[in-house]
Design a protein around this ligand. Sequence first.
Ligand code: ADP
Ligand code: ASP
Ligand code: MG
Length: 453
Amino acid sequence: MPTVMKFGGTSVADAHAFENVARIVASQQRAAPVVVVSAMSGVTDALLAATVAAGEGRAEAAIASLEATFARHHQTAAKLLTPAAAQAFSKQVDNAAHQINELLRSSADNPLRRRPTQDAVLAYGEMLSSELLAEVINERGTKAQHVDARRCILTDDEYTCALPLMPDTLFKARDVLAPILENAFVPVMGGFIASTAEGTTTTLGRGGSDYTAALIGAALTADEIQIWTDVTGVLTADPRVVPEAQTIERLSYAEASELAYFGAKVLHPKTIQPAIEGSIPLRICNSRAPEEIGTLVGPQTETTDRTIKAIAHKSGVTTVQITSARMLGAYGFLRALFEVFERHKTVVDVVATSEVSVSLSLDDASALPVIVTELEQLGIVGVEKGCAIVCVVGEGLRGTPGIAARVFSAISDINVTLISQGASSINFTFAIEEERVEEAVRRLHAEFFGKRG
Ligand code: ADP
Ligand code: ASP
Ligand code: MG
């Protein structure tokens, strides 16, 4: 049965990286690979910046800003492909540039179309990288066929963060991909991009290529979903903060979900659910060091003698406190409170309640002013911006006493708010001020995993 192999942006950052990917795919030919690929690293950011500039009325500057991005695609193709194939690909890049420029010019006049235009522009990143990768894999001797992912992943019209329409997506993906696999070709498609039932382009939200891979894996009941990135698996902490972080060999789905949700960027949080539903193992591997054994995520829960497996963190969080004596012994209060967030489509992450107050954290505070006005009908509202969430994760937390004491003594001089231990008891989560989060994570890592050497 097939293996889905997803390669992130850094795995296709330049010609050398494309060569590596082609080699990795060829080496797994017998596992019936289905390849999902991100845009070349930095391309989505560049396209997004251009749509923002165009939306602010600077369409010509936006268009000029993308010249380097297109040049990079031309140059990468010229290094990788035969002259004829490179020329054909360059024509596609020129077409994409032309269409993007049209979209950027028209978006300046129509603010209502801002989000659909953004998706239409961003989609070119994945379209181009996947076309190029399919060609490179072919030229290196493995039969590959490019697939437009928008034929496989169908979503609602919530542009920039669309939700897949599940039965349709499972059916379409199977319908498109099965015949290609039967003919022993490797399907190669862009991640992140999708379309509505009417055929308008949507995207699954930033970092969404992992999610595409999981959806395709579920549709094909794949043997494994592999996420190839620039680090060897899920590490005990974010390596940009803790350079000595180590690879975790095994994680349960529940542990991986908590880590992904609370900031371990290596996995998009939505990736886990389709894997759970299909009981498909997820493997996180390093495309720069394919021989290194990464992390296997599966249904098994496995405790280690270390109790905790990893520390995740995310910054840019806002916390909100609502205090009201009316809460005491009253029912319906929490419902009224959460309905405010629901009305404004705002996701609440961590919640802690006492008799008379509720504290919660938000990732996206864009609707906060109106939310606060409505919450003020319920009680006294306090808002704290510039917070960070730290989440300590491990199946071993279940029933191990003293973890909270170790956490708090390691960071005893840092003010901790909003403490929550999830119902699953495999995470211990709290908020602190953003400015001290890296220091806190480093200290916790030293406490639970020891220092290097
Ligand atoms: P890709 O482009 O392959 O999707 P991402 O940049 O989205 O890659 O994710 C990989 C990055 O996630 C790593 O380079 C690392 O900096 C970051 N990261 C954060 N937390 C973790 C963690 N716990 N384990 C591994 N990587 C992490
Ligand atoms: N290219 C998209 C992004 O940068 C999707 C992805 O890489 O997963 O967000
Ligand atoms: Mg990613």
